[in-house]
Write a protein that binds this ligand. Structure first.
Ligand SMILES: Cc1cc2nc3c(=O)[nH]c(=O)nc-3n(C[C@H](O)[C@H](O)[C@H](O)COP(=O)(O)OP(=O)(O)OC[C@H]3O[C@@H](n4cnc5c(N)ncnc54)[C@H](O)[C@@H]3O)c2cc1C
Ligand code: SF4
Length: 511
């Protein structure tokens, strides 16, 4: 190759044939490069299923490119960081032009920019057109806002893209938000029969990857026994069609419900396919709207789902690129404690944590409320250092890429940025978990007891948090009610809560 030629880097979460990287690809002069790097699996201690999903999806994608006669260099099982390998390749071939799509992790973006400077490369880093909202549009929206709130951004997205909006510009069903109809617990007897997510056979490529990950990453957390993630575009499409056909109907109403041994509920389980770019968010939203009409589904289920994709997913991405690198360093409450060891094993007496972490280790998956109101809520109440919590989420979920993981964890679950895009810290006592799940029935602790041996640690830490941050919670109309409830607890009991909370905080590993 001469120095006029271009190398087109495709990262493991950019597996889209229609993506910006390949937009003007010329097989006569350009070549694709894809790199498997152990560094990506180790810089946070990644779940085996996450490593296997990325490797299998990358290898399938590369095989697709080869079938379509794209010239490609695919580097397998390398131990050096991606950028070091890329440097070797560029120097070896004397190539000075590099094309890529903006990475979904800040550290990689910086590393590629530094490499370009170091080697005097002509780097063309293209914006990821997978998303509905460009950086420029997001910044324009955010620039004149006093408060950055999902609701207003989401309405703009609905109008701009004509999703669930009538010809008069008004929302379908007369309201933008159907939250009040959604978010119910399962019936007392349990969730009943739920159609499981689509399942996929392990083909030769995935089989080989599973063996490799088992051998090389044997000390990494999690299991591969239940590996069932879509690894190709056609499998991802199958997962989407299965979801809209069988599972969308109860998505909204049970969106926040939790139940033991019900890892997926009625959720779509599509995040990994979306984040690897095997699915485009537009086709997901379109499929949901077609199903709504075809099966006369409740608008609340459909609107609730669209808000996650067109609202939250786009919103957190905008926030990530706008607020990095500060977002990764923020620590509003100055929390410093270490993450309890049982986050990596699930070995705790708290039933809710045991179930949420247990299924996470088994599948690399937990749904939103488990992440936000169980593991996230505990981490905030237990005053864990945000970077430790963020590293855990980034390592342990198959869909975790920093652009989406960090704003959700640091911003939403931990309030580490002081409420830059949320109106209050998401905290709850054991009473919330009792209402939304059956976890408490089998727990050593009692959700309504605030201190003492059988007190629910989440309840004790919740009240302790409110006592500690009383002025902040009292000052906001959104949280005033919480401190009003606190004021109903006698001074003696508040003292006992504080003493018991201190004991818990000093022995988090023993819970
Ligand atoms: C602490 C914490 C960490 C999280 N980390 C990640 C992560 O690393 N990767 C990730 O994709 N999501 C993350 N989320 C958001 C959300 O929990 C997951 O997207 C969802 O649980 C994935 O399961 P699902 O595909 O069944 O989603 P569903 O409940 O079926 O929702 C549909 C889709 O909407 C999107 N979505 C829903 N909620 C959000 C949200 N808050 N932010 C962005 N997209 C959303 C996802 O693409 C998801 O697939 C996190 C949430 C919290 C509270
Ligand atoms: S009692 Fe507390 S710790 Fe136990 S399951 Fe309920 S909320 Fe979780």
């Amino acid at each position: 190759m001469s120095c006029q030629n271009r190398l087109v880097l495709i990262l493991g979460d950019q597996l889209d044939l229609q993506g910006a990287a390949l937009r003007d690809f010329d097989p006569k002069t350009d070549e694709v490069i894809m790199i498997e790097s152990a560094n990506e699996a180790k810089y946070v201690w990644s779940h085996k299923a996450k490593i296997a999903l990325f490797l299998s999806a990358m290898r399938h994608f590369a095989a697709d490119l080869e079938r379509q006669k794209y010239p490609i260099t695919y580097i397998r099982e390398a131990s050096l960081p991606i950028v070091d390998i890329l440097k070797e390749q560029l120097l070896k071939r004397k190539i000075t032009r590099l094309v890529c799509v903006e990475p979904g992790e800040w550290r990689l973006k910086l590393a590629l920019e530094a490499l370009a400077q170091d080697l005097h490369l002509e780097l063309e880093m293209r914006e990821d057109d997978h998303f509905y909202c460009s950086h420029q549009e997001f910044l324009a929206w955010a620039s004149n806002k006093k408060e950055l709130r999902l609701e207003y951004f989401y309405r703009l997205m609905r109008k701009t893209h004509g999703v669930l909006v009538g010809e008069d510009g008004n929302p379908e069903g007369g309201q933008w938000n159907f939250d009040r109809d959604n978010r119910k617990p399962y019936p007392k007897k349990g969730p009943g029969i739920i159609d499981p997510p689509a399942s996929f056979e392990i083909d030769e490529i995935t089989g080989e990857v599973l063996k490799y990950v088992t051998r090389v990453y044997k000390d990494h957390p999690g299991s591969l026994d239940a590996f069932n993630w879509p690894v190709t575009r056609s499998q991802a499409l199958e997962a989407l069609h299965h979801f809209v056909e069988y599972r969308l109907r109860y998505f909204g109403i049970f969106e926040d419900a939790m139940w033991t041994d019900t890892p997926f509920g009625w959720h779509s389980v599509l995040s990994s396919s979306l984040n690897l770019k095997l699915l485009n968010p537009r086709e997901v939203v379109d499929a949901v709207i077609v199903a709504w009409k075809k099966y006369s589904l409740d608008l609340s289920a459909v609107e609730g789902f669209v808000r996650q994709i067109l609202g939250w997913r786009e919103f957190v991405r905008g926030m990530y690129y706008m607020d990095m690198p500060k977002m990764a360093q923020d620590n509003y409450y100055e929390h410093k404690r270490a993450l309890p060891k049982w986050y990596w094993t699930g070995q705790t007496n708290m039933s809710c944590m045991k179930d949420a972490i247990g299924q996470t280790l088994q599948y690399g998956y937990a749904h939103h409320i488990q992440r936000l109101m169980v593991t996230g809520n505990f981490a905030l109440l237990a005053e864990i250092l945000p970077t430790e919590v963020c590293d855990w989420y980034l390592a342990i979920y198959v869909d975790a890429i920093e652009w989406v993981e960090l704003p959700n964890t640091a911003g939403m679950a931990l309030f580490a940025n002081g409420g830059r895009f949320t109106s209050k810290p998401y905290i709850a006592s054991g009473a919330y978990i009792k209402r939304m799940s059956n976890y408490c029935g089998s727990c050593k602790y009692k959700p309504e007891i605030r201190f003492g041996e059988s007190a629910c640690p989440i309840t004790t830490l919740y009240w302790n948090f409110l006592i500690k941050h009383r002025p902040q919670f009292e000052a906001s109309p959104r949280t005033k009610l919480m401190t009003a409830n606190l004021n109903r607890i006698s001074k003696d009991d508040q003292d006992a809560i504080e003493i018991h909370a201190q004991k818990i905080l000093n022995h988090l590993d023993g819970l």
